[in-house]
Unconditional design. Structure first.
Length: 123
């Protein structure tokens, strides 16, 4: 079974596909402030700079030729109707789908597969 790793975004009536594969994740670590995706997600919500970097890198696979300038305009359009936190939540989902981070209680209400009963009882 193939797991869909794409998170669809609609910004200003246009559809965009956010995807993080290993190439994208390695590129992302070169441009985010922490230089480490795991550290960046611990400082949620992301800075505007890191949000733009995440969008830019995550959109490149399906939107060839997208520029940082275009991504900044997309962020401005998003913020006219929604919050940075909601966009960052979608980025977190895409990062999780790409395997960069695991689903945690913050982002998924179901227990992790393989969690033992003792761990579950402590919650």
């Amino acid at each position: 079974m193939k797991f869909d790793k794409i998170v669809n975004l609609t910004i200003d009536g246009e559809n965009y596909k956010l995807l993080y594969n290993i190439k994208a994740l390695m590129g992302l670590e070169n441009v985010i402030s922490t230089k480490n995706v795991s550290k960046m997600v611990q400082d949620f919500p992301f800075s505007y700079t890191d949000t733009v970097a995440c969008l830019f890198v995550g959109l490149q696979e399906n939107h060839h030729g997208i520029t940082q300038k275009k991504v900044m305009k997309l962020l401005e359009k998003w913020l006219e109707k929604d919050s940075l936190v909601n966009l960052d939540n979608l980025i977190m989902l895409a990062l999780a789908k790409g395997g960069a981070i695991g689903f945690t209680d913050t982002h998924c209400s179901e227990p992790a597969k393989g969690a033992d009963k003792e761990t579950e009882e402590k919650k």
